[in-house]
Design a protein around this ligand. Structure first.
Ligand code: CAA
Length: 258
């Protein structure tokens, strides 16, 4: 599959998607968003892919929605096309584990797409922010909601209202990213993390992801109930039998993703 704004490849059981509009700092235009949704779709339906990595370049993961493309949109255009919905939400709807490997700018829609992934590994040069207020609008791809859930009210308000950027280290302290690594090893470490996930049981990884995502939607007792049901369901998989048998017999498990 070849794309105008993306590069894709498979590394073992990992599907790697690289945003590739470097001259525009990977600004997220309509073509890129459509292609990103298609690439995720392709890897999701590929049985040989167990996890995805979404990355950009070393200067920018993505500097936001394409301002030049949207500048002249009228309210009625946004409303009728349901702007920032179709295609944009595909990343959040990915059922396989997907992680963001972020170097450079992750601003506006760039930060929002990264937050739609299951977790973010940041390069030490990464910068995160929601600067929409500086161009006369507000985060529109879930930024006010996901950022507040990730880092709490104070920092979310600070970033969205001042438009300032935070470094990878600050993002790490705030809980926005799970690891900070040197920019030179970002891709290697991210693919390695994804490989670790992808080599284990896919249905179990999907259930874990579903449970954690559920915790953001429901209260604690409902969330625990949901988790308990999927925990019970895991005993219907061959991989649960295999994993526990392998442990008991002191051998390596052979996952069949079933
Ligand atoms: N949209 C369109 N083009 C963009 C862009 C964006 N979001 N961000 C950068 N570019 C383009 C620039 O216009 C420039 O193109 P030209 O060479 O043709 O002029 C090129 O990328 C390089 O950018 P700069 O020259 O500005 O690079 P810099 O190093 O001086 O600054 C930057 C880098 C601080 C990231 C700056 O480009 C910037 O502020 N970008 C906009 C960030 C922003 O406001 N993002 C939010 C967008 S709104 C949004 O995302 C809504 C939503 O929630 C979905």
């Amino acid at each position: 599959m070849s794309y105008e704004t993306l590069l894709t490849e498979k590394r073992g059981r990992v599907g790697l998607i690289t945003l590739n509009r470097p001259k525009a700092l990977n600004a997220l235009n309509g073509v890129l968003i459509r292609e990103l949704a298609e690439a995720i779709e392709t890897f999701e339906s590929d049985h040989d892919v167990g996890a995805l990595v979404l990355t950009g370049g070393t200067r920018a993961f993505a500097a936001g929605a394409d301002i030049k493309e949207m500048a002249q949109k009228r309210y009625i255009d946004c409303y009728l096309e349901d702007f920032i919905t179709k295609g944009w939400e595909r990343t959040a709807q990915c059922r396989k584990p997907i992680l963001a490997a972020v170097a450079g700018y992750a601003l506006g829609g760039g930060c929002e797409i990264a937050m739609m992934c299951d977790f973010i590994i940041a390069a030490d040069n990464a910068l995160f922010g929601q600067p929409e207020i500086t161009v006369g609008t507000l985060p529109g791809a879930g930024g006010t909601q996901r950022l507040a859930r990730a880092v709490g009210k104070a920092l979310a308000m600070d970033l969205c209202l001042t438009g300032r950027q935070i470094t990878a280290e600050e993002a790490m302290r705030a809980g926005l990213v799970s690891r900070v690594v040197p920019v030179s090893s970002l891709l290697e470490e991210s693919v390695e993390a994804a490989e670790k996930i992808a080599e284990r049981s896919l249905p179990i990884a999907m259930m874990i992801k579903e449970c954690i995502n559920r915790s953001f939607e429901v209260n604690l007792s409902e969330g625990i109930h949901f988790e308990r049901r999927l925990f019970h369901a895991s005993f219907a998989t061959l991989d649960q039998k295999e994993g526990m048998d392998a442990f008991t017999r002191k051998r390596s498990p052979y996952w069949t993703h079933s």
